[in-house]
Design a protein around this ligand. Structure first.
Ligand code: SF4
Length: 398
């Protein structure tokens, strides 16, 4: 199978590019060849856009003048199909960007500088960054959105409250990264991208697959596949497809949050379609490279899923699987009656997982004062008002 960038996917498996921002070098080469240009110019145009962040062909100085004019006519005129409507900045330098699409739809993306001893970051990645002279605080993770709203309806998540409006195109998803990169401080470098913002990425598979190829292409942003994480609520057929298409190279995170079907179905409706037994089997067949692990996201909700006996059940459920658990103390949201766990409860849960032989870290809350923490995305307009309607949540506690 031919390789494309760092991933073993033939780009012809992808749906055709609908916007110039989405085109891969090979696709640019096809377009330019049809105009009578040499194919190598395809990589040149791609590098200008994705490596240098230039969207106006008039500035692509190593291209012939006539070609530049033709590209401008084709839409490479400096305009993007999205723009930043508002930036909220927290005291820990976390930046939340409200991104407005051409049709007025809003999503959010968040730039998160790493902490000195960030429990979410692999030691190996930290060493690599140090090796290229990057201090942890200059290393930025960007969380991006894949849909406007979300159809999955998880009850603890602000993004799911309003339901799905529409999928984002690949241009609108990769565009968030291109916009975010322009807003980095001079010392900062984008090192990780996580698809954990608004939306279920695997519900929008075609666009997300294209974005994964764009982000990891060596002539573009050039992220390592191990530094791009797709977080899913558990769409089994699409996890299988991701594993097949990308050979297990893309980092997988699963939002687990409960370890019995009854409890999980109550907080994550998708569990009724793909129950835990199917999900665990799917994780077992995911073609994970050696020494890599799947991340399990587990949001701790007081009196719902924070009993240490749940930790025992989690360890039993995942026995033999290469996983690490990321515990996320629930961020209270206005739309929910659910409560954050006590700190003691978090520590007890973590200790119980470790006692059962699982690696378990606790996610540090970042950017909470601008509602940029997990599950709080995209409900605030440019003027600061919250947009989602309030509803009562159908969770049976205890
Ligand atoms: S947690 Fe993820 S999948 Fe669930 S509603 Fe929120 S955005 Fe959608």
């Amino acid at each position: 199978m031919p390789t494309l960038g760092a991933v073993p996917l033939d780009f012809r498996d992808l749906a055709p590019a609908a916007h110039p921002l989405e085109r891969l070098p090979e696709e640019w080469a096809d377009v330019l060849a049809a105009w009578g240009q040499p194919r190598y110019r395809g990589a040149q145009v791609f590098r200008w856009i994705h490596q240098r962040g230039v969207f106006d062909a008039a500035e692509m100085s190593d291209l012939p003048k006539a070609l530049r004019a033709q590209l401008v006519d084709e839409g490479l005129d400096g305009s993007l199909p999205l723009g930043v409507a508002k930036e909220h900045r927290a005291s820990d330098r976390t930046r939340k960007l409200l991104v407005r699409m051409g049709d007025g739809a809003d999503v959010e993306t968040v730039l998160i500088p790493q902490l000195e001893k960030d429990p979410d970051v692999d030691e190996e990645d930290r060493d690599t960054d140090r090796g290229v002279g990057l201090r942890p605080s200059d290393t930025v993770t960007q969380c991006i959105s894949s849909q406007v709203g979300c159809a999955m309806g998880c009850v603890f998540c602000a993004s799911g409250v309003a339901g799905l409006t529409r999928h984002l195109s690949a241009a609108e998803i990769v565009g968030q990264v291109l916009l975010g990169r322009c807003r980095l401080e001079p010392s900062e470098r984008l090192r990780n991208v996580v698809l954990m913002g608004m939306g279920e990425p695997l519900h929008n598979y075609e666009s997300v697959a294209r974005v994964l190829v764009l982000l990891t292409h060596p002539d573009g942003i050039g992220l390592s596949t191990r530094r791009v994480t797709v977080s899913t609520s558990g769409l089994v057929p699409q996890i299988d497809r991701l594993g097949r298409d990308f050979g297990g190279q893309v980092q997988l995170a699963l939002s687990l949050h409960a370890v019995s079907d009854e409890r999980r179905s109550a907080i994550m409706p998708i569990n009724r379609k793909y129950p835990l037994s199917e999900l665990v089997e799917c994780l077992r067949r995911y073609p994970l490279p050696k020494r890599r692990r799947i991340t399990l996201e587990y949001t701790l909700i007081r009196d719902v899923n924070d009993d240490p006996r749940e930790a025992d059940a989690l360890a039993a459920l995942m026995r033999g699987l290469p996983v690490k658990v990321n515990l996320i103390p629930m961020n209270p949201i206005a739309e929910s009656e659910l409560a954050a766990p006590t700190w003691k409860g978090v520590e007890r849960f973590q200790a119980q997982l470790r006692a059962r032989g699982l690696t378990a870290t606790v996610r540090k809350q970042r950017g909470a004062e601008v509602d940029a923490a997990c599950g709080q995305l995209a409900l605030q307009g440019p003027d600061g008002e919250r947009r989602a309607r309030t509803r009562r949540l159908p969770v049976a506690k205890g």
